[in-house]
Design a protein around this ligand. Structure first.
Ligand code: SAH
Ligand code: SF4
Ligand code: F3S
Length: 444
């Protein structure tokens, strides 16, 4: 009987993609089967995030729990961004861990486990071999009509608060022809919606001399031309690298969804400068206006950091003003968390935690109000919905996503799953919608 592996994922979509690849490699190259849960596994893999202290602490509390696992012979491997930052220190703090690997060495995990079994010595490899890992991934096997494709590794920016460049290494893009090979394989399995991933995705630039000078706009065009691909997204974009050609792409590539995650982080020029983001609020607003000139009503989401060192009430007021002006859609907001080895961690931070928490609440209320306003405008419209499966609330209904990435629940039949169908929006809930399918279907 095959050994079983369970992978638990924390963090961003790039980690989700990486976890799928860890599973693919362990299954196809090392003969593992996928375990249903931690207790059932012979190998437990944690793919971790260290973007904020809370995310890092989650790993250690989880390790505390699995230390007492029912199957004591099960091995434990820690990968991802905490592993990359801390290396052998993970094992020093938690001796139950057998293998430690980083985001760029995840393809080696099978061999590291073998080596551990042979020697009984803990194995650590958190090196930065660049994009080598992609050449070890078997062709993906997917279920469902949506998929992620990582098109680059690392981040070349140095935002003053952020550990990602330290954990994921220097920015390196995958060649276009490799990306297209993966996309074609996904499309042949019924994938209709793709999200291209990178921490700085709009800075993608082919590394091959033969593809020299090609940027994300060309890659999007090529991916959109792959037969079967009907909807395309990319994330996460940095406003500084949003070149005019990429704005134009929204005019020339109809398959690009009218939705963009474009993190602004803050609404005060003083704070943006201290964060090292490399743009002003006015430049960000200008970019949004140019995008919406090409795609009227485009949904824009953002990440926000509240309570950055030195943030005053006036800075915060400017952030709220920007939120209302841009009318941000689905967004993520976080309390600033000082990270080791980042320049911002050295800044004096005298804003009381209570004040920061109040600001975070206020920001989240402002975002929710915007989301509700946007949802209300969708009532009565017909949206193209990619049907994902049964609704989480009521398994007799279906759930899918609109172009602006809202979940819509509606009555339907299982044969619609995986299809793009027209749905009239009838009602709003804060983060989801209800609707009726306009495509005829028959219940058997
Ligand atoms: N590459 C993306 C996002 C990377 S991390 C970008 O630049 O937009 C995801 C989000 O976590 C960031 O956008 C930021 O809002 C948040 N984040 C990063 N470091 C943080 C920190 N030290 N404290 C709080 N939030 C942080
Ligand atoms: Fe971090 Fe900035 Fe890179 Fe995003 S762009 S991953 S916030 S350094
Ligand atoms: Fe977290 Fe690493 Fe992603 S720090 S947000 S898992 S790149």
């Amino acid at each position: 009987m095959s050994a079983k592996v369970f992978v638990k994922t924390y963090g961003c979509q790039m980690n989700e993609y990486d976890s799928d690849k860890i599973l693919d490699v362990l299954r196809c190259t090392w003969g593992y089967a996928q375990a249903q849960d931690v207790e059932d596994a012979d190998l437990i893999v944690f793919n971790t995030c260290s973007v904020r202290e809370k995310a890092r602490e989650k790993l250690y509390s989880e390790l505390g729990r699995v230390r007492l696992r029912k199957k004591p012979s099960a091995l434990i491997a820690v990968g991802g961004c905490v592993a990359s930052m801390e290396g052998t220190a993970v094992i020093e703090r938690m001796p139950c861990v057998n293998v430690v690997f980083g985001p760029q060495t995840l393809h080696r995990v099978g061999a590291m486990v073998q080596e551990y079994l042979r020697t009984r010595n803990p194995q650590v490899d958190v090196g930065f071999p660049g994009i080598e890992k992609f050449t070890y991934f078997p062709m993906p096997q997917v279920h469902g009509a949506s998929a992620f494709v990582s098109i680059m590794e690392g981040c070349g920016n140095r935002c003053s608060y952020c550990v990602v460049p330290l954990t994921r290494g220097e920015e390196q893009s995958r060649p276009m022809r490799e990306v297209l090979r993966e996309v074609t394989c996904l499309a042949s399995q019924g994938v209709k919606e793709l999200t291209l991933l990178g921490q700085n995705v709009n800075a993608w630039a082919s590394p091959l001399p033969a593809e020299s000078g090609l940027g994300l706009d060309t890659l999007l065009e090529e991916v959109a031309n792959v037969a079967g691909i009907e909807r395309l997204r990319f994330l996460t974009s940095h406003p500084r690298f949003f070149v005019p050609g990429l704005v134009d792409a929204f005019g020339t590539i109809p398959k690009l969804a009218s939705q963009l995650h474009l993190p602004v982080q803050h609404g005060s020029d003083r704070i943006l400068a201290a964060m090292g983001r490399g743009y002003t609020v006015a430049q960000y607003i200008d970019l949004v206006q140019r995008l919406r000139a090409v795609r009227p009503g485009m949904s824009i989401g953002s990440d926000f950091i509240v309570g950055f060192p030195g943030e005053t009430e006036e800075d915060f007021a400017q952030l709220i003003k920007l939120v209302d002006l841009v009318e941000f859609d689905n967004s993520f907001s976080f309390l600033y968390s000082p990270r080791p080895n980042t320049p911002a961690a050295l800044l004096e931070d005298d804003t009381p935690r209570m004040v920061k928490q109040r600001r975070l609440r206020q920001l989240q209320e402002a975002i929710t109000q915007n989301i509700e306003r946007i949802s209300a405008r969708l009532v009565g419209t017909v949206q193209t919905v990619l049907v994902e499966g049964p609704s989480a609330r009521d398994s007799a209904e279906l759930a899918g996503r609109t172009e602006c990435n809202r979940v819509v629940n509606f009555p339907g039949v299982p044969s619609l799953v995986g299809q793009m169908v027209p749905v009239r929006i009838t009602e709003t809930r804060t983060y989801s919608l209800r609707g009726e399918c306009l495509q005829t279907f028959h219940r058997c």
